[in-house]
Design a binder for this molecule. Sequence first.
Ligand SMILES: [Fe+2]
Length: 216
Amino acid sequence: MTEFQSNQETANTQQNSDENKLVQPPKVCKPPAPAGIRLLGPVDIAPLEAILNQLTENVWRMEDEHKPNNFDCFHHTRHIIFRFCSFKDIWSFSSNPAWKIWGRLLLPIMHQASAAYGFTEPVYPKAMFASLTAGHRIDTHIDGGPAAFYVHKIHVPVRTEIAAKIIVNKVAHHLRKGYAYEVNNKIPHGAYNGGCKDRVHFIFEVFDGAACTRGK
Ligand SMILES: [Fe+2]
């Protein structure tokens, strides 16, 4: 049994200890750009590949069964959630025990991938692996909830093939392994994996905590 699996047996989520609740979201909504996809830059994905190689079929199955984002549009996508947030309050996020193990490896990647924004206080309310089964798609959708207007959705491909595409506003894009991209989740988007292997992206969200007004 891996360290990951043993910690999942006590997988009660731990609430974020930040008691400062959001009373005003970031003063400026995320800009309308990118129209579809924005290349943020190269990322060292070696730690992500190392984590991925330790995830057994059993871990994927167990984690996917308990995911909070069990939406119909994802039907053939499996997720391993490290961190997830309320749909209304971007400060109300919780971390799974897996974050305690892997967070120290994931955080530098998240900092590197989101550096282009120049945030003073980057906050990461969601982080996960998403595996889209070969030959299947994610239905076109728009991410819901007020938080989606403020957070930036970042994809870092870890295992992919040229035939794996993200479709944003009916335009297909292949996201290259080893690079970080922002995907505009407030316009219609979906995905298709025409490759032979399951496509795995590390996905997280970020916003600038310094741009928020907080209070008790
Ligand atoms: Fe989405």
